[in-house]
Design a protein around this ligand. Structure first.
Ligand code: SF4
Ligand code: SF4
Length: 133
């Protein structure tokens, strides 16, 4: 999980989500139709319409919710939404931001130059940030 310290420095969270998703979070007027039609809402700690509300409020802490992982991109919400908001794109943007905020998996300064030279370079680079979970 990203550290609060790192995320607190995150500016323009909502704008970044909108840029990555191509969606306008302020199109949502919180009718709740998306949540009512979401087959996976019961498993989400933050419901789909609540996710959008937190995005409207520019609350980066919503990145920590499990909803972004539970969302199956089934598009039920988009078909029900009177404003045509595509939550699956917002969830995907949140996943991308979350993963890009992930800590380095390796701290290079803990390895000697000799060790770094011996390690397989491609695996080394891949281990910095691409490993997840
Ligand atoms: S259905 Fe659309 S307008 Fe209604 S809460 Fe969901 S995203 Fe917002
Ligand atoms: S796209 Fe995601 S949020 Fe929308 S209905 Fe499907 S699972 Fe739920």
């Amino acid at each position: 999980m990203p550290s609060a310290t790192k995320l607190e420095q995150f500016v323009g969270f909502r704008e970044r989500v909108e840029m990555l998703s191509g969606e306008n979070v302020f199109a949502c007027y919180q009718c709740g139709m998306c949540t009512a039609g979401c087959s996976f809402a019961d498993e989400m700690d933050v419901l789909p319409h609540q996710v959008i509300r937190q995005l409207q409020l520019n609350n980066w802490k919503v990145l920590e919710c499990n909803a972004k992982w539970i969302c199956a991109s089934c598009l039920n919400c988009q078909t029900r939404c009177p404003k045509g908001v595509d939550l699956s794109k917002l969830m995907e943007a949140m996943r991308q931001i979350y993963l890009r905020q992930q800590m380095d998996n390796l701290e290079l300064n803990k390895y000697s130059i000799d060790q770094i030279r011996c390690l397989p370079q491609i695996a080394l680079v891949a281990s910095f940030r691409k490993k997840t979970g």
